[in-house]
Every structure is written in structure tokens, then in C-alpha cells.
Design a protein around this ligand. Structure first.
Ligand code: SF4
Length: 214
């Protein structure tokens, strides 16, 4: 494990540079056109694939084109639309409750401050950071499963708890690079450094990865 903050910062810069070259486009794989749609699409993506969420959201957002429409939706109708995303009843309840909170407490807008985002039902730090980074362009570490796995393998953190991984990365990744790096971790985690069989032989990070070929 690389130890000092300085060493990890240098390692982080090498990782950022290599992944920027490998994946010039750093984009969120969830489709959305408005911030509140990204907020709720991210909630739907819990224990589901982004591809599946992208199949469901067109109908959801065509049926409920505004936050107010979703806030007034019937639970059974939302359940039916999002059923294939899994945990659909809880997710439907949180989508409607979340839309009501946006409407009553934030004027129908998605807030930018972490403590405000965390007041929205079903929204945790991961989603809050995604919003802060993708919508507001703020430094934000989205500690999802790919970020946690790759950060550990690469030697940027010893932790698996999302909050601690977020804290560790925030300390060593340059702020303006954090958000895009997390998107690139997702791409690299899907294509190369998969959970079951990391393809170290064709990995652009192998030269300085702590876990290469192990
Ligand atoms: S070298 Fe292997 S373990 Fe390290 S990031 Fe690449 S694929 Fe993952």
C-alpha cells in the first residue's frame, strides 16, 4: 500500500492522466435532461443496472414531466412503470416523497448543498455527490461499487466503506478531477477492471497498480 498523502496524490495524478487518455469522454451513463431526472434516475439505479434504468425513465418522465406531476403521482402507477428496476415499491415511495420535498422545501429545484440533498428521501452521499459534480460542477467523489473496487486495487484507499473511500479520495485527487475520475472508474471497471476477472494484461493502469496481475 502506498502510504503518504504525497505518494497517493502523485499516484492519483498518474491514474487521472492515464484514464483521461483511455476515456476522453467522461460521462454519466444515466440518461437525463433535467437535474431532478438525474436525481431520481440515480435512486432507481440502486441494485439495478444503468441500462435498465434508461429503459424505464423515458416512460416515467413522459408520464410525469415535472416535479409537481411526480409529487402528485399515484403510488401504484409509479410502481407499475419502474417495476423492472427491483425494490420498486420502496423506490416508488421515495420518488414521490422526494418530489414532494423538492417542491415544498426547495421550490421544485434540486439543491446543491450536501446537507440539503441528504434531506431528500432515498438520497445518500453517493447520489448527492453525483448531483454536486454533474449538475453543479463541484468537486465530488461518487463512491460507488466501481470506485471502491478500483481505488482499493490501485492503492488509493485501504477502506471499503463508501464514506471512508470518499474521504480518502477527496484528500488525494485534485478537486477539479474528482468527478470525472469517478465516471472513468465506472467505464474502466466495466470494461477492464471487472469485479471477477480484472484484465490486467490490457490495463492502462497496470504499470503503477498495486494489484496488477495478482
Ligand atoms: S492492473 Fe489489474 S487490478 Fe489494477 S486497475 Fe488494471 S485491471 Fe484493475
Amino acid at each position: 500500500m502506498t502510504n503518504s498523502i504525497e505518494e497517493k496524490t502523485l499516484l492519483g495524478r498518474r491514474i487521472v492522466k492515464a484514464l483521461e487518455e483511455a476515456y476522453p469522454e467522461a460521462v454519466c451513463s444515466l440518461n437525463f435532461s433535467k437535474p431532478w431526472q438525474l436525481l431520481f434516475a440515480t435512486r432507481l439505479a440502486a441494485q439495478c443496472t444503468d441500462a435498465r434504468v434508461n429503459m424505464v425513465t423515458p416512460e416515467l418522465y413522459s408520464r410525469y414531466p415535472t416535479v409537481k406531476d411526480l409529487a402528485e403521482a399515484e403510488l401504484a402507477d409509479v410502481c407499475e412503470i419502474i417495476r423492472s428496476c427491483g425494490l420498486y415499491r420502496t423506490k416508488a415511495e421515495q420518488l414521490i416523497a422526494g418530489a414532494r420535498v423538492l417542491l415544498t422545501e426547495f421550490g421544485g429545484e434540486v439543491p446543491r448543498e450536501m446537507e440539503d440533498l441528504l434531506r431528500i428521501p432515498g438520497i445518500g452521499r453517493k447520489t448527492a455527490n453525483l448531483i454536486r459534480g454533474d449538475v453543479y460542477g463541484l468537486p465530488a467523489v461518487v463512491a460507488d461499487t466501481h470506485c471502491i473496487r478500483l481505488s482499493g486495487r490501485l492503492g488509493l484507499t485501504e477502506h471499503k466503506d463508501p464514506t471512508r473511500v470518499e474521504r480518502d479520495l477527496a484528500a488525494v485527487i485534485d478537486p477539479e478531477k474528482q468527478n470525472d475520475l469517478c465516471h472513468r472508474f465506472v467505464m474502466h471497471g466495466r470494461e477492464v477492471c471487472t469485479a471477477r476477472a480484472p484484465a490486467c494484461g490490457k490495463c492502462v493502469l497496470a504499470e503503477f497498480c498495486l494489484s496488477a496481475n495478482k
